[in-house]
Write a protein that binds this ligand. Structure first.
Ligand code: ADP
Length: 330
């Protein structure tokens, strides 16, 4: 590890294509910030994606778009590693080994598994059950200290810690490191439906690489205080997702103004959303400009991912050798 850094960070995200505000506020902001102190490894988990997607037709494009967002958001590839999960096959070997210290009941009890079964009862495959084991393998393969993720991943990180403890106990070793979770100040972003976690699969998201016009159109669809039906009704910002967004993207004066004026129907939801969209677009403008710059070189993303895989494999090879020795595989 680089001597000036205090530890290693790892995070993985499924190749869902262009990233949304939830990904950005819940995870990517930390990916960028942690680079100053930690050696960072960021992985696009294409194998994990296979657990739910029906076709790999858009996989390549989704990976490209996602990597573009990461780079434009400020991940520095000369310092940090960005790579594609399946380019480092050691993770699948580690996944198999870790599966031997994982009770099946623990996996089927996880709320994240139950939710996936509810969403897609006709595709409960073996890979889906093992999703958290593969995620644990990803994390521990890179000797990770800290995992920046949204709060939805908390059960998986706790699970990873348990697997590490079981493995180290069973093989009387300390080869694997128990990772710590790190959330941002906004660990759960609610979607434009005002109800569920922002997510592409629920189509309640706002993409950070959208044009200003697309962003405004999406913001105008946001659900506000359901009790406020007419423009003349006083609203309650405390239950309004647009107000939560103002708290992140607007100035202190604007936040105070919205807080007061909404409560006495001084401003309507349309005015309030327009102000939020304006501030959001202003904040995202430098990101969008950088993204357009990076896009000009058609090979840049591919080169970054290839070099990232090479560097990731060096760490993975070392860890797997240690794991094999601890387990007694010769
Ligand atoms: P999605 O939920 O859109 O399918 P992923 O599950 O691949 O995206 O998540 C990638 C990262 O973004 C994870 O660290 C996850 O915790 C975080 N994340 C995703 N959605 C949100 C959200 N609505 N709020 C906060 N963090 C989120």
């Amino acid at each position: 590890m680089n001597g000036s850094k205090v530890g290693r960070v790892f995070s993985g995200a499924r190749p869902t294509g262009r990233q949304h505000l939830g990904n950005y506020l819940g995870a990517i902001r930390n990916y960028v910030a942690l680079q100053d102190e930690y050696e960072c490894v960021y992985c696009i988990v294409d194998l994990h994606a296979l657990t739910t997607i029906e076709t790999t037709e858009n996989l390549r494009e989704n990976i490209h778009e996602m990597a573009l967002d990461f780079l434009a958001a400020g991940i520095r590839p000369e310092e940090s590693i960005i790579f594609i999960q399946s380019h480092v096959p050691q993770v699948t070997e580690l996944h198999t080994i870790l599966s031997m210290v994982t009770p099946l009941g623990k996996l089927t009890d996880l709320p994240t598994f139950k939710e996936k079964v509810r969403q897609n009862p006709n595709n409960v495959n073996y890979g889906l059950v093992g999703y958290p084991v593969l995620m644990t393998a990803d994390i521990v393969l890179y000797k990770t200290n800290v995992v920046p993720v949204g709060i939805d991943q908390a059960p998986h990180i706790e699970f990873a810690r348990e697997v590490v403890r079981s493995f180290n106990y069973r093989f009387n070793t300390n080869v694997l490191i128990e990772p710590e979770m790190k959330n941002t100040e906004v660990p759960k972003v609610i979607g434009i439906d005002g109800k569920d976690k922002m997510s592409k699969s629920l189509d309640n998201h706002i993409e950070i690489a959208d044009t200003p016009e697309e962003t405004l159109a999406r913001v105008m669809q946001m659900v506000t205080d359901p009790q406020r039906i007419r423009r003349s009704d006083p609203g309650n910002p405390d239950v309004c997702n647009v107000f939560s967004m103002h708290k992140i993207f607007s100035s202190p004066d604007e936040i105070a103004m919205v807080d007061v004026e909404c409560r006495r129907a001084g401003i309507g939801c349309v005015d309030c959303k327009q102000l939020f969209a304006k501030n959001l677009n202003k904040r995202l403008a430098p990101f969008r400009q950088r993204r357009a710059e990076i896009e000009k070189d058609p090979n840049h993303v591919q080169d970054v991912l290839k070099d990232g895989a090479r560097r990731a494999r060096m760490i993975a090879t070392q860890t797997i050798a240690e794991v094999r020795e601890a387990v007694g595989l010769y």
